[in-house]
Design a protein around this ligand. Structure first.
Ligand code: ADP
Length: 169
């Protein structure tokens, strides 16, 4: 569609956290269309499979309300990010940036993706301060060790996590 600004927000989302949802919300405010790309290959064995992660992201988006939900879609992908962006007519890659920890990696990724496709711009957004420190990896560790993950993820994800790690809700 001419004049439609489409962005891709790629990630593992294992599981989707309040930090991710905040970035989705912020990105959707700036774009006409946002495609959340759930990476199938999530490194060292994800807690939730790709279909589950897509369903979880869809639920969080539904909870943002209709105005946003109708402009956001969720898809899994296992090809090169710039190819996935092109398939979706996306010219923007959205990434979330936490304090200092993400900068190096994001800087490198953005530079390499720009070399692969000069027509795609990477835009980094920051989550609201209270969600800045949240990382899926730590949320999983806390859940596995019996800690309270309620400050970091939605109630829906809390119960899915407890279920998956075999703890009573
Ligand atoms: P994680 O890095 O937590 O394992 P992902 O790989 O799914 O999660 O991350 C997808 C994108 O979201 C990355 O750009 C990552 O930096 C960003 N992100 C993850 N958590 C946060 C957060 N709490 N605040 C801002 N951005 C975040």
């Amino acid at each position: 569609m001419v004049g439609t600004l489409t962005g891709i927000y790629p990630g593992t989302f294992d599981p989707i956290t309040n930090g991710h949802t905040d970035i989705i919300h912020r990105a959707a405010k700036m774009l006409d269309r946002l495609v959340v790309g759930v990476a199938v290959n999530a490194g060292k064995g994800p807690l939730f499979n790709a279909e589950e992660r897509v369903a979880h992201v869809e639920e969080e988006i539904a909870a943002l309300g209709n105005d946003f939900a109708k402009r956001i879609s969720v898809k899994n992908f296992d090809n090169l990010l710039v190819e996935f962006a092109a398939e979706n007519n996306a010219t923007v890659i959205v990434r979330g940036l936490r304090a200092v920890s993400d900068f190096d990696y994001e800087f490198q990724m953005a530079s390499m993706n720009a070399k692969l496709n000069a027509d795609v711009e990477t835009v980094c957004l920051m989550a609201t301060d209270k969600y800045q420190f949240i990382a899926s990896r730590l949320v999983k560790e806390i859940a596995i060790m019996g800690g309270d993950v309620a400050p970091f993820v939605s109630e829906r994800i809390v119960s899915r996590l407890l279920d998956r790690v075999g703890r009573p809700g």
